[in-house]
Design a protein around this ligand. Structure first.
Ligand SMILES: Cc1cc2nc3c(=O)[nH]c(=O)nc-3n(C[C@H](O)[C@H](O)[C@H](O)COP(=O)(O)OP(=O)(O)OC[C@H]3O[C@@H](n4cnc5c(N)ncnc54)[C@H](O)[C@@H]3O)c2cc1C
Length: 484
């Protein structure tokens, strides 16, 4: 297949399936309402053996005697108002039962095995959220381009600490450290790598954080149902995209497929690989090379890492509903993120409908280092921490571990994008710009990193796919109007 495809979408899923569905040059269908019959001329090349990309639901753990689900990648639909993934999930009836995130579940503990008073934790959490929300109001004009978020958060936390009596300061510093680790998940990076000037560019949607009871993959499956099965080419690695567009007026895409090398031709390519993949492979992948302004933006933007560690016990050592523990390290935050990687762990959370599994969360440089360690090392260190913080040396060792390694994964090279101090919103815009040849948009870019305010999310990814589909639709409508 491929020679007369109108579009080759470079890699499908999470939302790329919302990209353009072209029947012929005059008739375009967009979005997932399109039927399988109508989508005959799209090809999706996916290097992996599954669809979904950074949406990766796995079986692990126990749900009332049955196998349970965990998410190695995306976990929550962030916000219910104006969220393109939430509306899709609602339309497809994927949200029954309706499960919302309880950020406050469980308790915070310090490293000397002390449980922090819950009402203090709640108070500090509220205060931290206020500070976090106020980040949206930062006026970029008043901030230096090189300023980073970490120092700002440390300064402001220290100031707000003075609102509490001195005898609570030690615990509160611990809680702040824990919450800084939590905030780092928004970026997948240590906060000193994040731009302060443009931190308000990311827009948080109103409404709750909602979980997909049958796993995030249910959204991917729902979208995939709209495509003919032969549109999706798994195990197909795009190696070269030649968009010089001469002679045949097509883009030539060289792929490594299970049966050998194959060259697809397409009128348009929508490239949806992660920013991490783009950064590591753009110089070899595109012919001609990408415009220098795009390359500069790719290199300036940040691409962080968040990893999850799932630990399974024969039987839970915790009381269900009380198992989540947040790690409130007292004292200064560590700067040695390799040898003290475990200090970047936010905590271990229970998972709904999973009786015997806890999930640990880690970000940034520590997560990247963690990926170099063995399962045994990680499991041993995690149980040591759990025993230490809960003050209970009798807690048994977990029996199994499952963990993500998004940084070392050649399909992603990290978890999601953020604006680093070296970058600006104009870099996102430049990344999203199509490359045109002779007025034809031949190379289009979608994916979470191309969304101006929902970058790093599944809804940003989905919206970006719809945007590029619309771009092609507009192109063909204009062309038709001119011809008529
Ligand atoms: C740990 C983690 C937690 C997250 N939590 C949330 C969350 O709670 N809520 C939320 O909204 N978002 C979350 N996200 C972010 C969300 O998962 C992503 O923003 C979104 O899935 C990105 O979709 P995408 O289509 O842009 O890219 P991807 O899903 O990365 O798709 C890119 C695809 O390109 C393929 N590919 C790469 N190279 C090649 C090649 N050479 N040839 C062919 N195919 C190739 C890859 O296999 C992949 O399938 C999380 C991500 C991670 C990693």
């Amino acid at each position: 297949m491929g020679l007369n495809d109108n579009i080759l979408t470079y890699r499908p899923m999470s939302r790329t399936l919302t990209t353009a569905y072209v029947r012929n040059e005059r008739q375009l269908c967009i979005g997932d309402s399109v039927t399988a019959r109508e989508t005959g001329r799209i090809t999706l090349a996916e290097l992996c053996t599954r669809i979904g990309g950074r949406i990766h639901t796995c079986n692990f753990g126990n749900n009332g005697g049955n196998s349970a689900l965990v998410e190695l990648g995306a976990n929550w639909i962030h916000g219910t108002h104006g969220n393109a993934v939430f509306s899709l999930a609602t339309e497809k009836n994927l949200l029954d039962p309706f499960v919302i995130l309880d950020r406050m579940m469980g308790h915070a503990y310090t490293e000397d095995g002390k449980k922090v008073d819950k009402s203090l934790t709640e108070k500090v959490w509220k205060l931290f959220r206020e500070v976090e929300m106020a980040l949206d109001d930062i006026e970029p004009e008043s901030i230096d381009a090189t300023a980073e978020l970490g120092q700002y958060m440390e300064d402001i936390s220290e100031k707000r600490l003075q609102e509490f009596p001195p005898n609570q300061h030690e615990d509160i510093r611990g809680l702040f450290n824990c919450m800084m680790n939590y905030l780092s998940f928004h970026f997948g990076a240590d906060l000193d790598k994040v731009s302060l000037k443009y931190v308000g560019c990311f827009r948080e949607l109103d409404g709750k954080n909602v979980k997909l009871p049958k796993g995030f993959r249910s959204v991917v499956d729902a979208i995939a149902q709209n495509l003919p099965s032969d549109a999706i080419h798994l195990n197909t690695k795009v190696e070269k995209i030649n968009y010089s567009y001469t002679q045949t007026n097509t883009v030539k895409i060289t792929c490594q497929t299970p049966s050998g090398k194959s060259v697809f031709e397409a009128n348009h390519v929508i490239f949806t690989c992660s920013l991490g993949v783009l950064e590591s492979s753009h110089s070899d992948m595109f012919e001609p090379t990408l415009p220098p302004s795009k390359v500069n933006s790719i290199e300036a933007m940040g691409f962080g890492t968040v990893d999850k560690i799932f630990l399974k016990w024969e039987t839970p050592f915790w009381k269900i509903g009380e198992g989540s523990l947040k790690l409130a390290w007292k004292g200064k935050r560590t700067t040695n993120r390799k040898t003290e990687w475990y200090r970047s762990l936010f905590g271990f959370d229970e998972i709904q409908n999973n009786d015997n599994t806890l999930v640990g969360w880690i970000h940034g440089e520590a997560a990247e280092h963690l990926e170099t360690l063995t399962d045994r090392d990680v499991m041993d260190q995690c149980v040591l921490l759990i025993r230490q913080f809960l003050g209970d040396p009798s807690i048994p060792a977990p029996t199994e571990i499952l963990r993500s390694a998004w940084k070392s994964n050649e399909l992603t090279r990290g978890s999601y994008s953020f604006l680093a101090p070296s970058s600006a919103p104009s870099d996102i815009a430049r990344l999203a710009e199509p490359v045109s040849v002779g007025g034809v948009p031949v190379l289009l870019f979608a994916g979470e990193a191309t969304h101006p305010c929902f970058f790093s999310t599944t809804h940003g990814a989905r919206e970006s796919g719809i945007r590029e589909a619309k771009r092609l639709e507009d192109y063909y409508i204009t062309k038709r109007d001119v011809q008529n």
